[in-house]
Design a protein. Structure first.
Length: 192
């Protein structure tokens, strides 16, 4: 069975490689439209849109498409990728000394001779930051690391030194809950 990761994220690619699966990357080019309000519903919806956009371009049978999307939420506010350095600063000030949630939605689409099967789920992890001074926040922003990440931070990089505690799956915060993904693939008969 051909496995396709419908994401251009190098972090998701690396995490999926850790599962020992052979797969190819075909990034989704579809437009993301949010119609939901709650973070779990939003990430599940976006993951589904990504997987479906890739599925629409496929003409063969016997494949599994994996779509994923990650968001950071603090006090019911979604913190996406920062627009600029000041936006990153604002987000990191909110997260400093506080606990927030990271949600990753995953959508699996199996295409075979019998048709099309879709299954979506999400994972949530609570992340608590140590207090960061304004100087520490500015120094972290100067690394450039926060600029392409939801919530303006990457737990796997320099910012890891400010993480006091996580409750849940670390890999979920990086961008793909691989243990849950493996269990769901096994449960639904999606393993090659």
């Amino acid at each position: 069975m051909r496995i396709i990761l419908g994401s251009a994220s190098p972090r998701r690619k690396e995490l999926l490689e850790r599962m020992g699966l052979e797969f190819e990357v075909i990034p989704s080019k579809g437009e993301e439209i949010i119609t939901k309000e709650a973070p779990p519903d939003i990430v599940t919806e976006l993951a589904g849109q990504k997987a479906e956009a890739v599925a629409r371009t496929m003409t063969e049978d016997d494949m599994l498409i994996i779509g994923a999307d990650t968001i950071v939420a603090y006090e019911h506010q979604i913190l996406g990728k920062p627009a600029d350095e000041e936006d990153a600063f604002r987000m990191l000030r909110h997260l400093s000394g506080n606990t927030h949630q990271v949600y990753t939605g995953v959508c699996l689409i199996r295409i075979n001779s019998e048709g099309y099967e879709e299954y979506c789920f999400y994972e949530k992890t609570d992340v608590t930051f140590y207090f960061m001074t304004d100087q520490e926040i500015r120094a972290y922003i100067r690394t450039g690391d926060p600029m392409d990440k939801a919530g303006a931070y990457g737990i796997q990089g320099v910012c890891g030194k400010y993480i006091r505690e996580i409750q849940g799956d670390y890999n979920n915060v990086v961008g793909l809950p691989i243990a849950r993904l493996y269990q769901e693939m096994k449960k639904h008969g999606f393993l090659p």
